[in-house]
Write a protein that binds this ligand. Sequence first.
Ligand SMILES: C[S@@+](CC[C@H](N)C(=O)[O-])C[C@H]1O[C@@H](n2cnc3c(N)ncnc32)[C@H](O)[C@@H]1O
Length: 328
Amino acid sequence: MTEWARPDTGCAWGDAEMERRTRAGTDGAGNGGAGADVLAANLAKWSTLPSGGPDQARVEDLLALSDADFAEFWRAGSAKWTAERGWEYERFGARFAGLRVLEIGSGLGHDGLALAPRVRNWTFCDILAQNLTLVRRAARLLGVRNVSFQQLHDPLAHDFRGTFGAFWAHGVLHHLPFALARREMANIDRFLAVGAVAGVLMYPRERWEAAGRPPFGEFGARTDGPGTPWAEWYDEDKILALFGPAWALRDTVHWGSADSRFVTFELVKERETPDEQPGDGAEYAGECAGGGSCCETGGSCCETGASCCGSGGSRCGGSGKAGPGGGA
Ligand SMILES: C[S@@+](CC[C@H](N)C(=O)[O-])C[C@H]1O[C@@H](n2cnc3c(N)ncnc32)[C@H](O)[C@@H]1O
């Protein structure tokens, strides 16, 4: 989760492909178009993974290491991870004690392997088989046996084959346009029991604002490096909108540099999820770059300094006018 230099763009997009991708990624329905492109681009991107500190590691290089070198790499990363996330391991180790835990986007697997000794079973899920191969290797190395693995070929509709008492997703769902993340979460929710506790790490809204409110396509490259197709901010309202009406927010912890680098939300599933279609998240679909204001799905950006667009996307309040770019 490295900080990257920001290209200097305003509401207008500097890159035609990114414009196409971003427009379709916020189509509200999340179907096809660049929503699908973002899913595909995530597959390409996450064959490199954050390996502690500012480094990105190529999974294929890690898999080629000898057992001894792999063990050394993994232990060094684990020490850095624990230094950063140790407070989460304490808190959620207690919350998850004895439970079956479902994790999506497990990456290098440090969180799950740190917490596995406290839980009944930890299920690592990822879109990339090679990432799971790597975690399997680390689990073998550590002698951790109460773990299982599932590859998400279709993250929006995967059958997790069971019911889980806890859920973990760190640095994952913010890499999708909200409408798609909502669909992925609604599917996952079907496999989470009433009473389930969730620990979810996202980028806080404050971090995105401090970065100059870039389009989400651009924000991804700044937070996680080149090739990252997307990163969105989350706040309390938005995480509740992501999880849906059955869930309550228990706690919100801002942490990292200046307390604004990451936000960890702790949620609990209070009741059965009502049998209703998730909203399309249109209210979270658009934020303009460069201090410009938000727009409806598919609407155009307002000029810097304008206030929010109204429903329909083309009206800008304040002194703003419709600008040239698409909603981020
Ligand atoms: C930024 S890494 C985070 C890894 C780890 N959770 C951490 O905190 O370091 C994102 C991980 O999520 C996986 N991923 C990306 N998109 C996903 C999706 N839609 N559903 C599930 N996993 C996804 C990637 O393959 C990658 O392993």
